[in-house]
Each structure stands twice: as C-alpha cells, then as structure tokens.
Design a protein around this ligand. Structure first.
Ligand SMILES: Cc1cc2nc3c(=O)[nH]c(=O)nc-3n(C[C@H](O)[C@H](O)[C@H](O)COP(=O)(O)OP(=O)(O)OC[C@H]3O[C@@H](n4cnc5c(N)ncnc54)[C@H](O)[C@@H]3O)c2cc1C
Length: 414
C-alpha cells in the first residue's frame, strides 16, 4: 500500500518507520528542512509512564485561575479572544472531575506502558543512538506534606502495575549522588525504576535516517496545505510541491493537525501549551545527574542526555507563539543551580520554547477519522516522546487492518 505520513516530528517519523517496516511504500512530508525540529526538538527527554497523570484534574481550574494574576506559576493561562482557546478550555474543564481524571490517566498510562515496550523493541538492536538511558526516573518533593500527597496520588498508577518505590532523602541522594549537595532541600521521592530518558530529536533523526536508508521517501521543506476527497475517501494531499496521492494518509502534524483537518470537516480539539527548555553542556568536572527527575513542587523536569543536561518548565496557554527571551528562563535556572550546584556548565545556556499539542483529556487521537483512509496520530500533549513508539505501532496495525495490541478505549477521536 502507498502511505503518506504528514508531519515529521517524533510521532510522524516513528510512524513512517513502522509503516515501512510493515512493507508499505511510505512518504514522509515535513515542512522544515529536517525532521524533529519543532515540538520534538528539545523537550525534557523523559520517557515517563510514571508521569502519565492527566493534567485535567479537580485541582486544575484553581491553578489556572490563580495564574491569571500571578506570573511565577508553573501553569500560566493567558486569556485571549481566540474561539479555539475558549472552546478547548470548556472541554478541558469538563474533564476536571476526579472520575474523569482517573479514567484519562488510565488510558494514557496504558499507551505509555505499551509504548515503552515497543521502544525497547525498536532500540534493541543498539543501532539507534539517542543518548538513551534506562536508569528509571525520580519524582521528588520538597516537603513531607507534598510527598505524602504525591504518594497518595501515585496509587492510581501503582494499581495499574507501574513499579514505584518510595525513597527518603538519604535514599534519593544514594540513588543519584548529584542530588547529595541539596538533599536537605528534598523530603523524599518516588522512583519509577522502569522509566527512562533520551533525546527525542536525536531519536527522530535516527528513525528518519533508517527510514530513508531502507527506501522510504522523505520530503522535507514541503508544506501540507489541504486534502482532496471524494465520498468517504481522501484522494490526495495538496502541498507546496504539488498534489500527492496515496492509499492511506496519516495526520501527525502536532499543533497544526487541526488546521488541515478542519478543512475536510474533522474537528480536532488540540491546543498549543507552551513550555521552555534550557540545555547545558556537561564538562568532566561536573557532578551531573544519572537519573532523570521532576521536582514536583516546582514542576521542573530535567534529564541527562549524554554530555548535556536538559531542564524544562512551565505550561503556558499563549497561543501559537513559540518565541522566548532570556528572562523566561530565570526562575528555572536559579532552581536547577540550587539543586545541582555543579551539575553542568551553566555559563552557556541553550534556550528553546516548544508547543505541546494538548487535547482536553490529555490522551492523543489515534485511528480513523471522518474518512476510510485518513488516520490520526496526533495530540500527544506533554508526553508524546513517551507515547511515540506505541502510537506508531498502533498506526501500523490499524493501517494494515489488524487489531492493535492494546485496548483503544479513550485513544480515538470518538
Ligand atoms: C517543554 C516541553 C517538555 C516536554 N517534555 C516531554 C518529556 O519529557 N517526555 C515526553 O514524553 N514528552 C515531552 N514533551 C512533549 C513532546 O515533546 C510532544 O508531545 C511531541 O514532541 C509531539 O510530537 P509531534 O510529532 O506530535 O509534534 P511535532 O514535533 O510538532 O511534529 C509535528 C511536525 O509537523 C510539521 N508540520 C506542521 N505543520 C505542517 C504542514 N502544514 N506541512 C508539513 N509539515 C507540517 C512540523 O514542522 C513538525 O515537525 C514536552 C514538550 C515540551 C514543549
């Protein structure tokens, strides 16, 4: 079968790789000059089923409200007149009950866990260099009170089979000596030993390289503009380089998926949620972390990616603007230096901002939508790196007409 995958982020590129592996003639279309250069470029790097919690929860409305008048919040809601923002926010608020949060977390965790297994399958050959590590992830808290709340909260994931150990501050420092100098600032943590970390951009590039080497067609610098259709079938995709035809089409354009989908009557409630990241080099004299982590009280995540330390923070609702300025990174820089005083060479920061493709419930949209040959693989929000390989394998199965290996409840547009 001829398949065109639209969007060369970690999601689309991994899907193209899997579809090709299944014997299809695949074309991957990306508007940038290379793959993985947009949201998949410099994320936190955490491969984190242990952090699969839905963002829409009973606490979320209060947090968003508070962020209207405070600028130091990890969540920042910047109201605008955009109908897309208000439509999305109303749907998000409907997901903010305890029951919906529990169900949405279950759906996300199922996909994350499956994805972790598929990722191991894909990387088992050792041919894919992505600065990956399987050392687990640590979710630590500054106070006993927030640690106790974190432990109660994680029970939902434990009930789903996620392995999580509770560590006191000495055990945290023993697990990762890089945290020893700041251990008095930490009450304790939750250690998800089966989680991991790695560079999503490098992974995406490697996937694209293998894909092209095996005969896949990679079209970069080509912008998708719309679809042609007849009845219940997409008959072509309109691009800046002309019309392209295939038997099946996979939509994986992250925050831009809704734009082309809307033109053919498919409404995708996906809204950009901005985050910031800094990458520092690690020199020989640095005491760099060996375990990726989230400082839960400050919502700052970090990972070790080979000889680099990646630090990320903030969820900001400010539309499609991915600009940034040095002052956006001041708080996270101060916090990471307090935690890991000699963790990296802090003199030369590399700043970046990206836009998470968030759905109201937090799970992505996979599977057919509106047409018999249009497949969605989009809306992976804050955890798309973790979900990429599983989403790709599911797309591979669906395009071939096979039943996916996991239950799809909660993972489709329906
Ligand atoms: C600060 C931050 C930290 C994060 N941390 C983590 C983490 O630790 N772990 C985790 O699992 N996830 C994390 N994420 C989330 C993760 O990065 C995203 O979910 C994931 O990158 C989304 O991938 P994607 O391929 O759907 O989107 P993208 O990477 O945006 O890919 C979509 C592609 O489509 C292309 N495109 C768009 N429009 C067109 C068009 N018209 N024509 C052609 N091409 C087009 C774009 O150029 C882009 O390359 C984080 C995100 C951010 C912002």
């Amino acid at each position: 079968m001829r398949v065109i995958v639209l969007g060369g982020g970690v999601i689309g590129t991994t899907a193209a790789f899997e579809l090709q592996d299944d014997g299809h003639e695949v074309t991957l279309v990306e508007r940038n000059s290379g793959v993985g250069q947009f949201t998949s470029f410099a994320n936190a790097g955490l491969v984190a089923p242990g952090h699969a919690f839905a963002w829409a929860s009973p606490k979320a409305p209060k947090i968003l409200l508070k962020s209207l008048w405070r600028n130091d919040q990890a969540f920042r809601f910047r109201p605008s007149l955009s109908p897309a923002l208000w439509g999305w926010t109303m749907k998000f608020l409907r997901e903010c009950t305890a029951e919906r949060a529990r169900i949405n977390t279950q759906h996300k965790h199922r996909l994350c866990t499956y994805s972790r297994a598929v990722m191991h399958d894909i990387t088992a050959s050792g041919k894919i260099a992505y600065d990956g590590s399987d050392n687990g992830l640590l979710f630590f808290h500054r106070t006993q009170q927030t640690l106790d709340r974190g432990i109660a909260h994680m029970q939902i994931l434990r009930d789903l089979g996620q392995e999580m150990d509770i560590l006191d501050r000495d055990q945290v420092a023993a697990l990762d000596p890089a945290l020893a100098p700041a251990k008095e600032k930490i009450a304790g943590g939750i250690y998800a030993k089966t989680d991991g970390m790695g560079d999503a951009h490098k992974f995406t590039r490697e996937m694209a390289h293998l894909f092209a080497e095996r005969g896949g067609t990679l079209k970069t610098g080509v912008t998708v503009e719309g679809f042609d259709y007849e009845g219940d079938r997409i008959t072509g995709v309109l691009t800046s380089s002309g019309r392209m035809e295939a038997d099946a089409y996979v939509l994986a354009m992250g925050i831009y998926s809704p734009h082309v989908a809307k033109a053919v009557g498919v409404n995708l409630p996906i809204y950009p949620v901005k985050g910031y990241s800094i990458t520092f080099g690690i020199a020989g004299s640095n005491l760099a972390p060996s375990v990726g982590a989230v400082d839960e009280d400050n919502l700052i995540a970090y990972s070790r990616l080979g000889d680099r330390l990646r630090v990320t923070a903030t969820a900001e609702f400010s539309g499609y603007d991915d600009s940034h300025k040095p002052s956006d990174f001041a708080v996270m820089t101060r916090k990471i230096r307090e935690l890991l005083p000699t963790g990296a060479d802090y003199s030369r920061p590399d700043y970046w901002a990206g836009l998470r493709p968030m759905t109201p419930h937090g799970a992505p949209y996979l599977g057919k939508a509106g047409y018999s040959n249009l497949y969605l693989n989009t809306g992976h929000g804050h955890i798309g790196w973790t979900m990429a390989c599983g989403s790709a394998r599911i797309t591979r199965d669906l395009v071939a007409g096979r039943k996916p290996e996991i239950d799809m409840t909660g993972l489709t547009l329906q």
